[in-house]
Design a protein around this ligand. Structure first.
Ligand code: AMP
Ligand code: TRP
Length: 318
């Protein structure tokens, strides 16, 4: 495979099973398949700034995402790992996109609509409103072919495609049109309450959870006693075990919700433990992690700078 693959994760909290199965697992698979191409995975810290406005916190969370990336198997020899804020071209290009985009178009974006459901319009930041244009810049700067994400980001990638097409129409062929990569079985991973697993809903199972956290969160999964089997438990279980295997266990233990939850606890512990151990080891050498970011910055910057020069030329500000 010889493609350009790119995705970002906001440093807004600990990653959960939704982030992993919906997106991050695919980062690793694609990285390993795309041997002759180039892979970019970055920390979307400027996107997170809409939510986290505390220097110490954002610094720690950003470093945390790099450690998460390495713990799940992203390899700095195969992928460029960098921080969005290290590459000034992202915000520079986002501004240019803002100028060719209309207000009603941006009003349709999920990030903005979600913010409206959580608070008053007067409280939504302009950064949340223009969020999709920064995301379009992230993607289009690198001539990206494939963007692995969860279903909730699909619309934002369509915005990036539209923006590339619009720019190309106005200024001539400049940007490649990217495709979203969304896996079928985990496009929207559900949380302990049966709603989309999300940091903001308090229904997550952390990817690097301790044994105690696994026990506590699994026991809190909402079960519906009217069904054939506890669907919310089964859904999480089937993220990492085959349906055939599970159907047997769930049939044998029909109605015994506690036994089934205990089975999920055991399997989750076995699944999470090696990654958690690896994460602890990586986290113990912060200098090595900073070095990876430094190298990623150099590589990403070279590509971004060249692309931006081209953009400035076609719009006439060179
Ligand atoms: P974020 O933490 O919002 O930056 O999300 C990182 C990645 O995880 C994005 O590609 C999201 O689409 C994906 N993601 C987040 N929550 C879920 C979920 N519940 N199911 C599937 N994918 C998800
Ligand atoms: N908006 C994405 C999210 O909330 C994060 C993100 C920012 C991203 N820039 C990106 C994902 C570019 C893919 C490509 O999850």
């Amino acid at each position: 495979m010889q493609k350009t693959i790119l995705s970002g994760v906001k440093p807004t909290g600990r990653p959960h099973l939704g982030n992993y199965f919906g997106a991050m697992k695919q980062f690793v698979e694609l990285q390993n398949k795309n041997k002759d191409g180039i892979n970019y995975f970055f920390i979307a810290d400027y996107h997170a700034l809409n939510l986290i406005q505390n220097a110490k916190e954002i610094r720690e969370l950003s470093l945390g995402v790099v450690i998460d990336f390495l713990a799940i198997g992203l390899d700095p020899k195969k992928s460029v790992i960098f921080k969005q804020s290290d590459i000034q071209e992202h915000t520079e290009l986002a501004w240019i996109f803002d100028t060719i985009t209309t207000v009603p178009y941006l009003k349709r974006a999920h990030a903005y609509k979600d913010a409206l459901t959580k608070g008053k319009e007067e409280e939504v930041s302009a950064g949340t409103f223009t969020y999709p244009m920064l995301m379009a810049a992230d993607i289009l700067l690198y001539d990206t072919d494939i963007v692995p994400v969860g279903q909730d980001q699909k619309q934002h990638i369509e915005f990036a495609r539209d923006t590339a097409e619009k720019f190309n129409r106005i200024f001539g062929e400049t940007f490649k049109i990217p495709d979203a990569y969304i896996v079928k079985n985990a496009e929207t991973v559900l949380g302990t309450d049966g709603k989309k697993m999300s940091k903001s809903y308090n229904n997550t199972i952390p990817l690097f959870a301790t044994d105690e956290e696994i026990e506590k969160t699994v026991m809190s999964i909402v079960t519906d006693s009217s069904g054939e089997r506890p669907e919310n438990v089964f859904a999480i279980h089937s993220l990492f075990k085959s349906k055939e295997e599970l159907e047997k266990v769930y049939k044998e233990n029909k109605g015994k919700y506690k036994v089934l939850k205990e089975a999920l606890i055991k399997d989750l512990k076995d699944f999470i433990k090696p990654m958690r151990k690896k994460r602890e080891k990586i986290a113990s050498d912060k200098e090595a992690v900073y070095k990876i970011l430094e190298e990623g910055k150099k590589k990403a910057r070279a590509t971004a700078r060249a692309k931006m020069q081209r953009v400035k030329k076609v719009i006439g500000v060179d």
